[in-house]
Design a protein around this ligand. Structure first.
Ligand code: ACM
Ligand code: ZN
Length: 746
């Protein structure tokens, strides 16, 4: 680790404007002394002798149609170095950078060959997308400063001689950005596109519509954005939307970067924002208000009224006019059909069509819209529910978000699938359950970088059902807020920083899972490469979750105690540690070599990138394996939470432990203290709605005993908090302490 660089450069980088950075890397060896660390991992890299130095007299020569890509490269180099390279159309290069399309030389779509010799640089793409990706790999071979937004002096702008031959293993490499629950302005969306494009992701699903916001200007229905884009009192309203001009600007930006923006027009559920604007869209016609909190409305787009079909047709016509994407996303997730069951129009339509279940009305709507889209040469894509609510006749693509095995159902229906399982690919879940981790979605366990990277996906062929992989980033955690929560370790509290914290570094894992064949995936190698990308993210001014130091070895010593050997997870960072179980800070001891502790749990270590940007500590969660029979650890109570003279309520947050409809066993196990606990009525709530409760008979549970209660959930909603409110009292004293476990019965 280069201490010099740490102190003089990274600190300034964060603390001062980027313009203040002067020659941070001037003293370090050339960037290409190390191995190339391209993410996603390329198909092949052959390293050669020598390098090519980019100087102010280097020119960029580009083939027909490649001006946007040439400009992107020129502007990047200009920003970072101040060198203003000449660009011109042509096919020959001497001491230059040549960009060319040659589908004969590069056979695979979006593929490229990047050849760097001491004489020059050639990027040959199968198509413009391939050329763009060759440029991304070129930038990743250059010093991290190449991503700077203002000129950095003293950098050797040399590129190591190398031949990279590369192409994606899968055509669909996506991200979903939820701009409906939280409105990200177009500048943030462009930055998100930049980040995706840097890592060769090519499909951006814009979740434009949800219960809490309609974000797309539709000329024929102005109230969708006049009313449906805003929430809260007029003077303090929150929200926003994209004008059609904004969309065109984002589309141009994305197109030059090989990103297809796929608009998502959600129905029949998640459309309350439209129902508030135009109440006649729902079954009841009731006037609702724009919600300020996340919830999933039961007010669907009425399937039984012709006016709903006309609305869909109008909205989709304007959408298709605007977006050139091959795919149009129609949402389709999480509908609960109670309104359809009670709606005369929906019931009449069911009778006419001979349908037996209200849910099949969704299938009817999907078919109507898929036919409309097919006539316009577009393919419908939507959440997996679109192929699960009756037979869909047009071939569509389904985003599998529950169970990857459901892609078989897509195959059977003649459809395609994209894997975005919530277990691995939902980046709104936190990366860890370490105390101090940011609050994030809880209805599934955390998704570590390694878990995200380990997502199984078969290799792709032209006959495959599975088109690829997508990360999904939902925003219901910070609906409408401008301030989510303090994130002390990134010293900022803007929701945009929070979004970046959750997206990075996991977006790099999504990228590699999507791009590379299974055989190319190697987590350890990935971590080594990713460690060099954090300084790049810093230059891009993109926040990220700083990873904990890597435990290389944890050895139980014969004489007792444990020895830890660590390595840095971030290039140029420090590791600081404690050995007494306390959280380290930026002043704790600096790690320089193996550390011995008596007890593994007493060791904590953090990665320090700058004094204001550091990681959570290495943390060993307590071992509850002795209680495995009782299910998942779900909480604990401490002496001060209960009284000894009267019953009081102890609340346990069981969000994420309750993961669907069914009956659950809640087991209370006192583990410490001389007094037993008395348990009275136990209530299970969904936010503030009572779902089930026990009788109020009081049970006394002593140390060494346990008590189990059964409670049932029959209206599960993902993304909604669940609580267990327990009447409890200490028997003779309040020193009892214990654990709660939750187990789902099949
Ligand atoms: C989803 O997570 N509701 C698709
Ligand atoms: Zn209806």
């Amino acid at each position: 680790m280069n201490q010099n660089r740490f102190h003089s450069c990274k600190k300034m980088l964060r603390a001062a404007a980027a313009a203040a950075i002067l020659g941070c890397l001037a003293s370090t060896s050339p960037a290409f002394a190390a191995k190339p660390t391209i993410v996603p991992v390329p198909m092949s890299i052959v390293e050669q002798q020598g390098s090519f130095k980019i100087t102010p007299s280097t020119a960029i020569v580009y083939g027909k149609g490649l001006k946007p890509q040439a400009d992107i490269l020129r502007n990047r180099l200009w920003s970072a170095s101040g060198m203003d390279l000449r660009t011109s159309e042509g096919t020959k290069s001497q001491q230059n950078i040549l960009l060319a399309v040659d589908p004969k030389k590069v056979k695979e779509a979006e593929g490229y060959i990047l050849s760097v010799t001491p004489k020059g640089i050639t990027v040959t793409g199968h198509d413009a997308g391939g050329v763009f990706y060759g440029i991304q790999s070129l930038l990743q071979l250059m010093p991290a400063e190449v991503y700077s937004k203002s000129p950095v002096r003293g950098v050797d702008w040399s590129v190591p001689a190398v031949t990279v031959t590369d192409a994606p293993a899968r055509p669909w490499r996506g991200m979903m950005l939820d701009v409906a629950r939280y409105f990200y302005d177009k500048e943030f969306v462009k930055k998100y596109i930049d980040m995706m494009a840097t890592y060769k992701l090519n499909k951006l699903q814009l979740h434009l519509i949800d219960d809490s916001g309609w974000r797309l200007e539709i000329k024929k229905y102005p109230r969708l954005t006049e009313v449906g884009a805003w929430a809260g009192p007029d003077t303090k309203r929150l929200g926003g939307y994209y004008t059609q001009d904004d969309i065109r600007e984002m589309l141009d930006y994305a197109a030059a970067r090989n990103v297809e923006i796929i608009p998502e027009i959600e129905f029949p559920a998640h459309i309350l924002s439209a129902v508030v604007a135009y109440p006649w869209l729902s079954c009841t016609g009731e006037q609702h208000e724009m919600p300020l909190q996340h919830f999933i409305s039961r007010d669907l787009l009425c399937a039984g009224k012709q006016s709903s079909i006309d609305f869909l047709e109008d909205v989709l016509n304007e959408t298709v006019e605007l977006f050139p994407s091959k795919y149009i996303n129609i949402g389709g997730d999480e509908a609960v059909y109670v309104r359809y069951e009670n709606c005369p129009d929906c019931q009449a339509l069911m009778k006419k069509l001979g349908l037996t279940k209200a849910s099949e009305l969704q299938g009817y709507l999907t078919n109507v819209v898929a036919d409309m889209m097919a006539k316009k040469g577009r393919t419908v894509v939507g959440w997996e529910e679109i192929i699960q609510r009756g037979k869909v006749t047009q071939p569509v693509a389904a985003l599998i978000w529950h169970n990857v095995a459901d892609s078989i159902q897509a195959t059977e229906g003649g459809h395609k699938a994209i894997l975005t399982p919530a277990t691995h690919m939902y980046l709104d879940f936190p990366e860890s359950s370490t105390p101090g981790e940011v609050k994030a979605a809880t209805w599934m366990p955390p998704i570590s970088l390694e878990k995200c990277y380990s997502m199984p996906v078969n290799d792709y062929s032209d006959k495959s059902t599975v088109l690829g992989v997508q990360g999904s980033f939902w925003s219901d955690q910070f609906i409408h807020g401008t301030v989510l929560q303090e994130i002390p370790n990134i010293n900022e509290n803007r929701s945009e920083s929070y979004a970046e914290y959750l997206n990075f570094p996991r977006m790099l894992a999504v990228s590699e899972v999507a791009w590379a064949p299974e055989s190319k995936r190697d987590y350890k190698d990935f971590l080594t490469r990713v460690s060099t990308h954090y300084p790049r993210l810093d230059y891009m001014e993109c926040s990220y979750r700083v990873p904990e130091p890597i435990i290389e070895k944890m050895t139980e010593l014969p004489a007792g105690g444990v020895e830890f050997t660590l390595s840095p997870s971030v290039e140029g960072s420090q590791i600081r540690y404690t050995t007494d179980g306390s959280y380290p800070n930026v002043h704790s001891a600096v790690y320089t070599g193996p550390v011995k502790v008596n007890n593994k749990d007493d060791f904590r270590a953090i990665t320090v990138v700058t004094p204001t940007h550091y990681s959570l500590p290495i943390y060993f969660a307590p071992d509850y394996s002795a209680y495995a029979q009782f299910g998942k650890f779900s909480g604990e109570w401490k002496p001060l939470q209960i009284q000894s003279d009267r019953m009081g309520t102890v609340r346990f947050d069981v969000t994420g432990k309750v993961g669907g409809n069914g009956t659950y066993e809640f087991t209370f196990i006192p583990t410490r203290g001389s007094n037993a606990i008395e348990l009275g009525a136990i209530k299970l709530l969904k936010r503030d709605e009572l779902l089930d409760q026990t009788d109020s008979a009081v049970e006394t549970v002593k140390i060494g005993e346990h008590r189990t209660y059964k409670l049932t959930v029959n209206s599960f909603e993902a993304g909604t908090p669940f609580y267990l409110d327990v009447q409890a009292k200490g028997n003779g004293g309040n020193d009892t302490q214990g654990l709660l476990f939750v187990r789902k019965l099949d």
